[in-house]
Design a binder for this molecule. Sequence first.
Ligand code: APR
Length: 253
Amino acid sequence: MLSNSLIEKISRDLNNSKRVVAFTGAGISAESGIPTYRGKGGFWTKYDPDKYASIDYFEKDPSYYWSFFKESRKPILENAKPNPAHYSLAELEKREKLRCVITQNIDGMHQQAGSKNVIELHGTTRNFRCKRCEKFYTLEEIGELLKVELPPLCKECKGIIRPNVIFFGEMLPQDALRRAISEAENCDFMMAIGSSLVVYPAAQIPLIAKDKGAILLIINVEPTGLDLSADYVINEKAGKVLPEIVEHLNSIS
Ligand code: APR
């Protein structure tokens, strides 16, 4: 249990804030069984990001991405369910205490938990498109194609199918980034949850909010490079902390 006074202070500030925004990373989905990228057991300790997550390597050899996707990511995604941290943010949005979730995650957990206003800076691995004709594919359709061929080829034009994620080496979706920056510039309370805050330009979002005078709360089990700039740092699991904050907020508002 976190100290009551800390939860009380955070909940009070949250309650007095008018434009609250959440910024999330892989850590918020860790309790859903989706591995984070860095730190012990992280995805990048098993797969080489310079191969798995690089557009140049995907262009050269898409089967590297697709074999590890089929072996590891797809089963994890199919079994993953939102955890109390995702549901807490969805509840805050429903109570009109959260304007949006800006996420680096590609797992779709926020939407499955009920969050409506989600800005996906790194795209999504829940759907796919043909590189040649842009035909859209769902995760289920990809699962069927992967049973018979790897890499999966477009049913229309036999082009290579790719995930709608942003690979390293690709630009972030400009509209999503613009919206995220605008939300960060105009918020008065920013929660950075479950991110190592090392991948730019996404990691600049909490910093922009802080620079514009917002209260910055960091919830992360390990220290981050932004901790010294934060008003509050909680090194606890998001699935434990967020429900406590929401529960206290409900009791004072
Ligand atoms: N609750 C809170 N924080 C947690 C939890 C948890 N249950 N479990 C792990 N963490 C923390 C870890 O300590 C780590 O600092 O979450 C953080 C996850 O950091 P990363 O694995 O680096 O994930 P993220 O910050 O989202 O990475 C950013 O890097 O590889 C790219 O595109 C990928 O979007 C990703 C980006």
